[in-house]
Design a binder for this molecule. Sequence first.
Ligand code: FAD
Ligand code: NAI
Length: 476
Amino acid sequence: MSQFDVVVIGAGPGGYIAAIRAAQLGFKTVCIDAGVNKAGDAPALGGTCLNVGCIPSKALLQSSEHFHAAQHDFAEHGITVGSVKFNAAKMIERKDAIVTKLTGGIKFLFQKNKVESLFGKGSLKGRNGDLWQVEVDDKGNKSVVEAKHVIIATGSVPRPLPLIDIDNVNVLDNEGALNLTAVPKKLGVIGSGVIGLEMGSVWNRLGSEVTILEALPTFLAAADQQIAKEAFKVFTKEQGLAIELGVKINEIKSTKKNVSVSYEVGGETKTETFDKLIVSIGRIPNTEGLNAEAVGLEKDERGFIKVDDECRTNLPNVWAIGDVVRGPMLAHKASDEGVAVAERIAGQKPHLDFNNIPFVIYTDPEIAWVGKTEEQLKAEGVEYKKGTSGFAANGRALGLGKAKGTVKVLACAKTDRILGIHMIGPIVSELVAEGVMSLEFSASSEDIARIVHAHPTLSEVLHEAALAVDKRALHG
Ligand code: FAD
Ligand code: NAI
């Protein structure tokens, strides 16, 4: 029986990073993963993120943005392209090539760092003295590995909607939504969260008539509401996404030809028929097949593996990270927990501040934030001051043809310490990094105001927003 210092179950961004860091720290490490490629005929490392999440969705967002720009934006640059044609199969092929490149890259990183990689389903069998035994089931071919430490990183799966089964033909989850090879004329989306907005944007830009049905009365309830309201206006008024809030879905009927959805909204009952329907109503932790109950691994009432602030479970030397534990379901959160756990096993004292995790929605304009929203500060009774600045007169944004959006800096009224930074605008996914750094180093708004920002850049809008906190914006 093979013995290791650390066994990691799951090779998503949580697990593969934890395994690499553990190996770098000198631990004999094995990573067990059951993920397969799109064809289902070979193992594929990288989990949800690389195979059916972050990476493929961003590839499609870029392709659809180019198509849209060629049709609508090139003319103002004096570029005439004639009739623009679109080949959905080619777009999917490009996306698949990016996925294959990156999943193959993890295989290489495992070899480079001497992480042993095993294909199969991992489950906790029990203890042999100080060691944990983990069974690896490769399609019925079973083996057992032993290790002192186990890191569980089994991720999440789409939350099912009791009203309808996902067949990934007409009713799609994220996997199906990423693999449509023709543009549906009418596309329905249930849930206006991150997947709903990103995938809704992709197919909307490619020509689908998109309707998003959201249960909550508030759009993007977790985001700062000033930014959310601006986003809602752009998506609905300028981009033509139909977003219905406060919806109750009553019935969904799927036939070979289409899907009809009956729902109530504002006291009215409506029925819409779609060519395809995406169900994106959140994700749930994946603990299936781990044998958690038999070994006494505790879960919370929502099915997440219970962990403390340092990712320790109730079992000795069993850790859990990423989507399968509390906190935002984000790849960078999973990876940073993975690094921290490997370093804790090595006796180090890593630090991960959950208040400083950035959120990004890759729509156009993009939405990004870090720290507290105005709504949270009000609810907590924190006195704050704010500064805002827009992209409308920013030279770089105008050059890009994307002069739309706002940056808002929220700072403590007494100390000026930055409490939150919220943005909607061009490529703010990159701009938010300065915000994360500011919060991590407990910067004041004056610190950002006094830092030199290159000209002409989008970052000047953050600079102006910081100046505006002290009512001394230069271009406001
Ligand atoms: P996962 O990535 O889910 O990986 C878990 C792995 O464990 C999988 O490979 C699975 O096969 C394997 N596994 C499960 N059970 C077992 C078992 N018993 N034995 C062996 N292996 C097992 N996040 C962002 O930060 N940015 C984004 O832009 C973003 N976009 C997204 C877009 C979509 C469409 C989706 C669905 C998600 C997106 N996310 C994004 C979320 C991100 O993908 C997840 O937060 C991240 O993948 C979680 O990482 P993880 O390692 O915890 O789990
Ligand atoms: P989500 O939690 O972002 O949004 C789900 C939405 O569905 C919510 O607004 C919720 O109110 C709504 N909803 C729930 N039940 C409903 C019902 N019965 N009828 C109508 N609406 C209903 O989840 P989503 O979009 O499925 O994404 C899953 C996770 O993946 C996200 O939480 C996020 O962590 C991650 N993700 C991150 C991305 C990023 O960082 N850019 C991109 C895509 C996904």
